[in-house]
Ligand binder design. Structure first.
Ligand SMILES: *[C@@H]1O[C@H](CO)[C@@H](O)[C@H](O)[C@H]1NC(C)=O
Ligand SMILES: *[C@@H]1O[C@H](CO)[C@@H](O)[C@H](O)[C@H]1NC(C)=O
Ligand SMILES: *[C@@H]1O[C@H](CO)[C@@H](O)[C@H](O)[C@H]1NC(C)=O
Ligand SMILES: *[C@@H]1O[C@H](CO)[C@@H](O)[C@H](O)[C@H]1NC(C)=O
Length: 450
């Protein structure tokens, strides 16, 4: 069930390989940071403005792409058998428990049963949409290179997971993507073990762990551990991103290795332990090694993370209002660039939508509500400082159907297993502020977008 969220979890999408990484010399004197332009290739809306239910649900289930299971021992083999379907947050919790012990699970967190694709989708068709859907292009992606000489990849930058993975040259089914060829990289190293990624629809992807030099926007890390996929399931081939670039904490790492930003700090390769996102219709950017002062005004309002050990970019003390009515307060929030909409615990989502005139349940299973398109509310989050307001336009996930006057709201209810009081704030929220992630301060910051 958790996957529902994922559904929504669409991550950021991708851009194509053409986007260059630009070092901005004008700003580098100030921050020494690096811009990585991001591109979004889609949304949950179809071209006609209708909410793409199928795509959303498939994405949700498909979130499994984050589910790397590293097999380093026979014991892990057994584990793999028992964990054969997974979804991002469930797998994160499993990693956490494995890496740090059961005490590391967030208070109230539990590992939920796996979600599988709804049977009407498994059976092949829903309406006119074929099962092997194509454009899961709801991610924000940007370019990186791996190896010497550098091999180019376009990856999904995800603050909600902590591994780097790309397709391998030996992968016959990965041809639509850029492929990592260890044999042509002088700095490539092979790690012991194998891993597998398993999908909610039963298919499996597997591969091998490597180390190599990884560069993002001019910041270079040597001996970065990552996974190279050698067998990719067919539905993954249409993903515009070649792979995933995890920006979460080491505790969530399936590969049990330091994520890029942590390795960059350890190697003195990044000017600072900060990175920041601007997500918008255009001009979206990830800035690594600081913040880009051209994109925000005023101070950055920082909030200490409440769960460094648990691996999420999670902050406490949040409150939210809808149309001016306060509907929830003092909750925990995970800020996740790999999710598209906002997911609240089921009871909180209900309380939220109860406060919205004209709102009605659209899909109880997926925790989705609809509201008259003319009355999509403004939603405002606060952590005791400024108020970060999501415009009605950004909160609108699309028409329920062609010619409908109802629109899907960008807040769903689902139990992610993160705890009863934990919200997941994805892209829909992140568009409302310049969002800063600081390893130095162990804090998440928000600033007013220009
Ligand atoms: C990688 O991308 C860069 C920048 O777009 C380009 O100049 C270079 O030729 C690409 N390398 C390969 C091997 O495609
Ligand atoms: C791989 O396993 C072999 C044999 O157990 C060991 O000698 C070697 O150090 C391991 N390599 C890595 C990179 O862990
Ligand atoms: C790839 O995985 C599929 C199952 O998802 C399996 O049927 C197929 O044999 C695998 N191919 C290779 C080359 O391992
Ligand atoms: C945040 O953490 C820093 C130390 O990292 C501490 O000095 C500061 O008091 C904390 N702020 C709050 C509001 O707890």
């Amino acid at each position: 069930m958790f996957c529902k969220t994922t559904l929504l979890t669409v991550a950021l999408a991708l851009l194509s390989s053409a986007t260059p990484i630009i070092r901005d010399d004008k700003l580098s004197s100030v921050t020494n940071g690096i811009h990585v332009p991001l591109q979004k290739r889609g949304s949950l809306k179809n071209a006609d403005g209708v909410f793409d239910y199928e795509r959303a649900v498939r994405h949700l289930v498909r979130q499994k792409k984050y589910c790397l299971i590293l097999i380093l021992s026979k014991l892990a083999m057994i584990l793999t058998t028992s964990l054969n379907l997974c979804s991002k947050f469930r797998q994160n919790l499993i990693n956490l428990q494995k890496n740090l012990g059961a005490d590391a699970l967030p208070l109230g967190a539990s590992i939920k049963a796996l979600t599988t694709l709804p049977t009407h989708l498994l059976s092949g068709k829903r309406g006119a949409v074929p099962l092997t859907d194509q454009s899961f292009d709801l991610e924000w992606t940007g370019p990186i290179t791996i190896g010497n000489p550098p091999q180019n990849f376009t990856l999904d930058f995800d603050t909600g997971s902590s591994d780097l993975w790309v397709p391998a040259a030996s992968c016959a089914s990965c041809a639509s993507h850029a492929l990592y060829d260890p044999s042509t990289s002088s700095s490539s190293g092979k790690q012991n073990g194998t891993f597998s990624i398993q999908y909610g629809d039963g298919s499996t992807t597997s591969g091998l762990p490597y180390t190599d030099t990884v560069t993002v926007g001019g910041i270079t890390v040597t001996n970065q551990v990552f996974a190279a996929v050698t067998n990719e399931s067919s539905q993954f081939t249409s993903d515009p991103a070649d792979g995933v670039f995890g920006l979460g904490f080491p505790a969530l790492s399936h590969l049990r290795s330091q994520p890029f930003m942590f390795a960059a700090m350890a190697q003195g390769a990044a000017p600072s332990g900060e990175f920041a996102f601007k997500l918008d219709q255009s001009g979206s950017e990830l800035f690594i090694g600081g913040t880009n002062p051209a994109l925000y005004t005023g101070d950055i309002e920082f909030h200490n993370i409440t769960s460094k050990l648990s691996g999420f970019w999670q902050i406490g003390g949040g409150s939210v209002s809808v149309g001016g009515n306060a509907v929830a307060s003092d909750f925990e929030a995970v800020i996740d660039s790999g999710s598209t909409i906002i997911t609240a615990p089921p009871a909180a989502a209900k309380a939220f939508w109860d406060a919205v005139d004209g709102a009605q349940v659209f899909d109880a299973d997926q925790g989705l509500w609809a509201v008259p398109c003319a009355a999509v509310p403004e939603v405002a989050f606060s952590w005791g400082g400024k108020t970060w307001t999501i415009s009605a336009d950004d909160f609108n996930a699309g028409l329920t159907d062609v010619g409908s006057t109802l629109c899907i709201g960008g807040l769903a209810g689902a139990d992610l297993g993160l705890g009863e009081d934990t919200w997941l704030l994805g892209d829909t929220f992140m568009k409302s502020a310049y969002t800063v992630f600081s390893l130095d301060k162990s804090a998440v910051g928000f600033a007013q977008l220009v």
